[in-house]
Design a protein. Structure first.
Length: 400
């Protein structure tokens, strides 16, 4: 029996909108109204599933998802992986297996090895009279070896200048993917593969995340491809993909797609680090993690789990010195003055909760304290614009 299976496609919708405003000095009533209008109701997604420490991934061994397969599935995984390494597209399985066994193995290899992008196009599997799978054939365009060789060449150029420390290396690769790629919702099909980043420079969340994962692997950095849902512009949840990384032994999350200013939709060329190296408490404000993987509705999903990300130590705002658990007027003042003296075009700050963000908004924007701070230090400023990211407690302020 011959059965054709379609690809797993992650459709990334537009994320929840940030809120914008412009403030003129000495317009207190107007400012109060503007802030009131831009603050939306905080959206909480269901909490993350109870997470157990997952198997620590040794990059010299099979990928992360291999550990969640049973022994039979692992044998199929290894057979498919060996075929991919030698660019063989018709694969005879070690023994006849169930369709669930095949699906689980293919999904795990696809998630662990983004370079074998043809696994996530379409494939045909062949059954015996007992409804068990004997072999599988993956679609091929005939140029996979050449494409992968070119991707490896480009990756080598990127990695030639990679920094030495974990944090700086992850950030460097995060920046490279964003600077190389334009978010394009119309590329939902081609954007499922890392080729969309390296060749087309247009992609969606799956492509961003897989290209980032591939580069991290080439650099010897741990990086796991993760799927789930995220809050969209209309408040609904849509499918999404991002990554789990490990900096100096600490697990944290990185959403490369949401770092692209073109994806965010506001007029700036500055990379967004709101979701770079974040903990569970900030990620789950707008993301829900899948604990099952399935490419077909009628298959039994593969059960997976992820380690807890309970530290904010590597959060970009923490590393930048602009994270405040609570609104501390004096500490915030000192940071604003430092940012201005350093010549930063924008003051980016993050607070421990949406409530603490609103305390900052009330004082700095509604009460115009931001203007006072600058004027007391001899800095002339009569207008500013701002962007609020309420769920994660962040604000960008751009003095005019």
């Amino acid at each position: 029996m011959r059965v054709l299976l379609a690809a797993m496609i992650i459709y990334c919708g537009l994320r929840i909108a940030a809120h914008y405003g412009i403030i003129e000095q000495s317009a207190l009533q107007e400012v109060s109204e503007t802030v009131s209008e831009t603050v939306s109701e905080h959206v909480d997604l269901p909490g993350l599933p109870s997470a157990k420490p997952a198997v620590s991934w040794d990059t010299s061994q099979e990928g992360y998802y291999y550990a969640f397969l049973n022994e039979e599935e692992q044998r199929v995984y290894q057979t498919i992986l060996q075929a991919c390494e030698s660019f063989e597209f018709k694969v005879e399985l070690p023994k006849a297996v169930s369709t669930d066994t095949l699906f689980h193995a293919v999904c795990a290899v696809t998630f662990d090895y983004p370079e074998y992008y043809w696994l996530n196009t379409s494939y045909t599997y062949y059954k015996n009279a007992y409804d068990n799978v004997l072999s599988v054939e993956f679609a091929s365009s005939g140029d996979e070896a050449q494409k992968l060789a070119e991707i490896e060449r480009m990756a080598g150029e990127v990695l030639a200048d990679i920094p030495a420390t974990d944090y700086a290396a992850y950030k460097y690769l995060y920046d490279w993917v964003i600077e190389t790629t334009d978010y394009d919702a119309s590329a939902a099909e081609s954007g499922q593969h890392l080729t969309s980043v390296f060749f087309d420079h247009r992609s969606v969340c799956a492509g961003y995340s897989k290209a980032f994962q591939y580069l991290c692997h080439k650099a010897g950095l741990e990086c796991i491809y993760v799927t789930g849902t995220a809050v969209m512009k209309d408040g609904s949840q849509g499918s999404h993909a991002w990554n789990l990384i490990r900096i100096n032994g600490t697990y944290c999350w990185a959403d490369v797609t949401w770092g692209d200013p073109l994806f965010e939709g506001y007029e700036t060329t500055a990379t967004n680090y709101n979701y770079f190296a974040v903990s569970d408490r900030f990620l789950r404000m707008e993301h829900q993690i899948d604990t099952t993987i399935a490419s077909e509705e009628d298959q039994t999903p593969l059960q997976v789990e992820y380690p807890e990300c309970d530290s904010d130590d590597w959060d970009w705002y923490v590393q930048n010195g602009s994270f405040f658990e609570t609104y501390d007027a004096e500490a915030v003042k000192n940071y604003i003055l430092w940012a201005q003296s350093a010549g930063l075009p924008r003051v980016d700050m993050k607070f421990g909760s949406p409530e603490e963000l609103q305390n900052a908004v009330s004082d700095l924007l509604t009460n115009e304290r931001f203007f006072s701070i600058l004027q007391e230090s001899g800095i002339h400023c009569t207008q500013l614009s701002y962007v609020l990211f309420e769920p994660i407690g962040a604000v960008w302020i751009l003095p005019g």
